[in-house]
Design a protein around this ligand. Structure first.
Ligand code: GAP
Length: 488
């Protein structure tokens, strides 16, 4: 599938121009791979969060949500394996001094081969890379880069250093008089929200009287010192995750893994995004905690890429926390084991994890919604940019537009605002021609606009305009709220 670089650039510009996303601290020229969500972006992001939270907690019988702190006891990250294993293999070009993630360097070259129709060579290269990565064979990987004459995009040379591992966690210190190399006071900014769930497993299980199988969900910030971070909000240094850990009886992990794989894809498709935009990618190289794992990939304008991970994490995390904290992380299961006729008894539960990046979901939603349309007729040239968001995710649901600023029309519009505002986000605008106002609302993805005109004064009706079809119909004022609510 060809990359659509122009579309990606157009989306980035659109996000900035219409208040969705700004580079962080832009007046100081920004901070690499860190972004701020503006007035429209924060609404869209919140709506995605709410949609996930509701379907993963409220609509489930056995999943509850928590909100754990970003700072955790440093031993958490020793136990979880992140201090020792959360690394990426990197290679530096000696001439340009530019550092690359090894897999990204090779994948970039494979993409180029594909663009030149050298499919077999590209597939062979990627298969060799996967096999070498799975064995942590860094010498083999360096040889693969050299044999294929993969060069640095800046210097154009193949003058590479050896491959080394770099830890992706950010750290800081607690207290005021410590030096930065004081290991005892070092605390990490969590690189995943999952560990906040694991360390609270027993708190929630006991206080919530949860019975296995059950889940704990969480939405929150995560931080990773990504070395190669240049794909807008796809790969950030500060981002948000929506994760759920599902605690199960050992031995049932295969069926629950399949269950959540299917459930999560259904969730994506429930937003009306076409099925062919998604695919599964089973992992060859498993993370240190997993016995099975796959990604749900989405076709972004930069190609099919990971959007969500489903991981069968075994009992790795709880077992490690039990060992490092010396506190038992067991569950007593008094259901009867049909094999023995006795209760299953005490065990450390196994876990299936679903983990989706909120910012990546934002990018998926806006990429799918973004459309440039040519509306030219024989008489005149015309075009529009429209964001076809599912109404439940749209930042603004209804725009209320009086045709003129006088003749009592703003007063009728104010009454409509008053009626609708408590139920969903509305926007009032009386500046500019009605055509310009429609275009602006299209560019923000507002599914409905109502125009109050002189007829409204006579029969208490307005024109309602539908964003996607641009069709307009006359409806009574007291029906507006229900029409919008029915779409959410
Ligand atoms: N707890 C498991 C875990 O963190 P992961 O595959 O490393 O697994 C899960 O991350 C999801 O978080 C990814 O599928 C992606 O959507 C999102 N994610 C990871 N790193 C990210 C980054 N640097 N920027 C934005 N999103 C990221």
């Amino acid at each position: 599938m060809a990359n659509d670089t122009n579309k990606f650039q157009a989306i980035i510009s659109h996000c900035k121009e219409y208040g969705f996303i700004f580079p962080s601290s832009e007046i100081y020229d920004g901070l690499q791979a860190v972004y701020d969500y503006g007035q429209m972006g924060s609404e869209l992001k919140k709506n995605i969060k709410d949609y996930w939270w509701k379907s993963m907690t409220q609509l489930q019988d056995n999943i509850v949500g928590i909100d754990a702190a970003i700072f955790m006891h440093p031993t958490t990250w020793k136990a979880s394996g992140h201090v020792d294993n959360f690394n990426d293999p990197m290679i530096d070009n000696k001439d340009s001094k530019k550092r690359y993630r090894v897999d990204h360097l090779i994948e970039g070259y494979a993409e180029m081969l594909k663009a030149e129709n050298q499919m077999q060579k590209a597939d062979g290269l990627l298969a060799s890379m996967d096999a070498l990565l799975a064995k942590d064979d860094f010498e083999g990987l360096k040889k693969l880069i050299e044999d294929n004459k993969i060069s640095c995009a800046i210097s154009g040379t193949c003058n590479w250093t050896d491959i080394r591992q770099f830890n992706l966690m950010f750290s800081t210190e607690f207290g005021s008089t410590v030096s930065s190399d004081d290991e005892d006071n070092k605390v990490y900014l969590r690189p995943e929200t999952a560990q906040g769930i694991f360390v609270n497993f027993l708190n929630v299980q006991k206080t919530g009287r949860m019975k296995i199988p059950f889940g704990i969900a969480q939405i929150g910030k995560a931080f990773r010192n990504e070395i190669v971070a240049r794909q807008f909000i796809f790969r950030m240094r500060e981002f948000e995750q929506m994760e759920m850990q599902f605690f199960i009886r050992p031995g049932t992990q295969k069926e629950w893994y399949e269950f959540w794989k299917t459930e999560r894809l259904k969730w994506h498709q429930s937003l009306g995004i076409p099925a062919e935009k998604y695919r599964y990618h089973d992992h060859v190289k498993l993370a240190h905690y997993a016995d099975a794992a796959c990604d749900i990939e989405f076709e972004f304008p930069i190609g099919f890429k990971e959007l969500e991970g489903i991981h069968s994490r075994t009992d790795f995390d709880l077992k490690q926390h039990q060992e490092y904290s010396k506190k038992k992380q067991q569950y007593f299961d008094n259901d009867t084991d049909p094999a023995t006729g006795k209760p299953f008894g005490n065990y450390i539960p196994y876990v299936i994890e679903t983990s989706i990046g909120l910012d990546r979901m934002f990018l998926a939603v806006i990429s799918q919604a973004y459309e440039e349309q040519d509306l030219s007729t024989a008489e005149k040239q015309d075009s529009r940019v429209v964001l076809k968001f599912p109404p439940k995710l749209a930042p603004i649901k209804l725009a209320v537009l009086p045709l003129t600023k006088k003749d009592g029309l703003p007063e009728i519009a104010a009454l409509i605002m008053k009626d609708c505002k408590p139920h969903f986000r509305c926007f009032y605008e009386e500046k500019d021609s009605i055509g310009k106002r429609y275009r602006r609302m299209d560019a923000l993805g507002t599914p409905f606009c109502v125009t109050v005109d002189h007829q409204s004064k006579e029969d208490n009706t307005v024109t309602i305009r539908h964003r996607d079809s641009m069709e307009q119909e006359r409806v009574p004022v007291d029906k507006i709220k229900d029409i919008v609510l029915a779409s959410l």
